[in-house]
Ligand binder design. Structure first.
Ligand SMILES: [Zn+2]
Length: 302
């Protein structure tokens, strides 16, 4: 992506220096989060393995979407995974990259909303390290990037990008841009009322049904990320291999691929983000047409 020299968003809240180790002990209380050994320097492989095991346990048992998308605003977590907790702030260049991608999503969604007679409200993007307090409760980096509907903020620990590259095999700048655009997609769902509708609909649903509904929410966020990529391509700033990089990321973080990798088998009822094939399909759909109407994952087979 030819991002250098382009506008950077002012909506970045850099809380990386404030968030190191101040919230220990509170993490276990947060729905959907799992306790991980945070704060200690990763002195060697064993602590990393421990973190991975804890996260793995989270995947094994899954988490109840009804808890995550709770009445208190809830949050959508993405791509649970471990990090090495070195606490080292990601490079400033990466922050600039995220700010540029965010700015581009602002421009794109402002235009799309305007064309539909609506006003887009920019989300904030909070950069944090290790752990953070949001309107959705305490969150640890291990839970991955997430969007909190309660405060309209995307939360990102940029060490996730290394993890994406090294553990999930999803390298490339545009894989990272896709992650940001997916979270912004949840913000769009929040602004358009899709998320509150989802929260209503899942009342009284079984866990399996709620998971199926969660998959539709997630696939739509992927499709919205594709819509953003469509307009970004029109600006002529995509480079060869960018979309392939995003599509590979969508593949690597598909529920089936992750479960196969982590536990050796898949439990389809526990899927809450969609399979690799589904994620790639919906990302591609949004990318090809650039139309929101092609992102209706609720009234179409997924
Ligand atoms: Zn998501």
């Amino acid at each position: 992506m030819l991002w250098r020299g382009r506008r950077q968003s002012d909506n970045i809240e850099d809380e990386r220096s404030d968030s190191g180790g101040g919230f220990g002990g509170g993490l276990g209380d947060s729905p959907g989060q799992f306790r991980v050994p945070i704060g200690g320097r990763a002195g060697g492989g064993s602590s990393i393995i421990l973190v991975i095991l804890v996260v793995l346990a989270g995947w094994y048992f899954g988490f109840d979407p009804s808890q995550i998308l709770g009445d208190g605003g809830g949050q959508i977590t993405d791509n649970s995974g471990a990090q090495d907790s070195t606490g080292a702030p990601a490079s400033d260049e990466m922050k600039q990259f995220v700010a540029t991608v965010l700015a581009d999503t602002e421009d794109t969604w402002t235009g799309i909303f305007k064309a539909n007679g609506l006003t887009y409200e920019d989300p904030k993007l909070v950069l944090f390290s290790s752990q953070i307090r949001s309107a959705c409760g305490f969150a640890s980096s291990a839970a991955g990037p997430f969007y909190c509907p309660g405060d309209h903020k995307v939360y990102l620990d940029m060490t996730f990008f290394q993890q994406l590259d090294q553990q999930f095999g999803a390298s490339g700048e545009f894989a990272r841009a896709y992650v940001v655009a997916h979270e912004v997609g949840h913000h769009v769902q929040n602004l358009t009322g899709i998320m509150s509708k989802f929260n209503q609909m899942r009342q009284g649903m079984s866990e399996a049904q709620a998971n199926q509904m969660s998959v539709r929410v997630e696939l739509q966020a992927d499709c919205f990320a594709g819509v953003w990529a469509h307009y970004t391509a029109q600006k002529g700033i995509l480079e060869q291999g960018d979309m392939e990089s995003a599509l590979n990321a969508a593949k690597q973080i598909g529920d089936d691929t992750l479960q196969k990798k982590m536990q050796g088998y898949v439990v389809p009822e526990s899927f809450n983000h969609g399979t690799s094939a589904q994620r790639q399909t919906w990302l591609t759909r949004g990318y090809k047409s650039g139309k929101l109407s092609d992102c209706d994952t609720f009234n179409n087979p997924v």
